[in-house]
Design a protein around this ligand. Structure first.
Ligand SMILES: [Cu+2]
Length: 125
């Protein structure tokens, strides 16, 4: 008879632990989620920096601040990503990038005269 009781207690414990573990693992995953990396790009006749390196899958937010008044840099285009945004002078514009696979993604003004490069580096396996 004591044996039966022990077995019931044990199985209750196993169920409780199994029920708690996935939730705990989920919480840990949320805490470890990488923060969004913010990078400021000053537009003043050119892009500074004009070469931006990020890691594959990294969450990146580009904050463009256009200082010049040349019509040339009025727009910024990431053709491969289907992004085209107007950059009013002295008004920061945020471009949230999707998680990208490794590669080189060019960005340029609407006329493709002013250019920059976004390099996405593969993560080590
Ligand atoms: Cu231009």
């Amino acid at each position: 008879m004591p044996n039966v009781i022990l077995r019931v207690v044990l199985s209750t414990c196993v169920t409780a632990v199994a029920g708690v573990l996935p939730a705990a693992a989920e919480a840990a995953k949320v805490e470890r989620a990488p923060a969004v990396r913010e990078i400021e790009v000053v537009v003043d006749g050119s892009y500074r920096p004009d070469r931006i390196t990020v890691a594959e899958g990294e969450r990146v937010r580009l904050n463009f601040v256009r200082r010049d008044r040349s019509p040339c840099t009025r727009e910024v285009v990431f053709a491969a990503l289907g992004i085209r945004r107007e950059l009013p002078t002295d008004q920061p514009v945020t471009i949230e990038l999707p998680a990208l696979t490794a590669g080189v993604y060019e960005f340029n003004c609407g006329m493709n005269m002013t250019r920059g490069v976004l390099e996405v580096v593969a993560r080590k396996p």
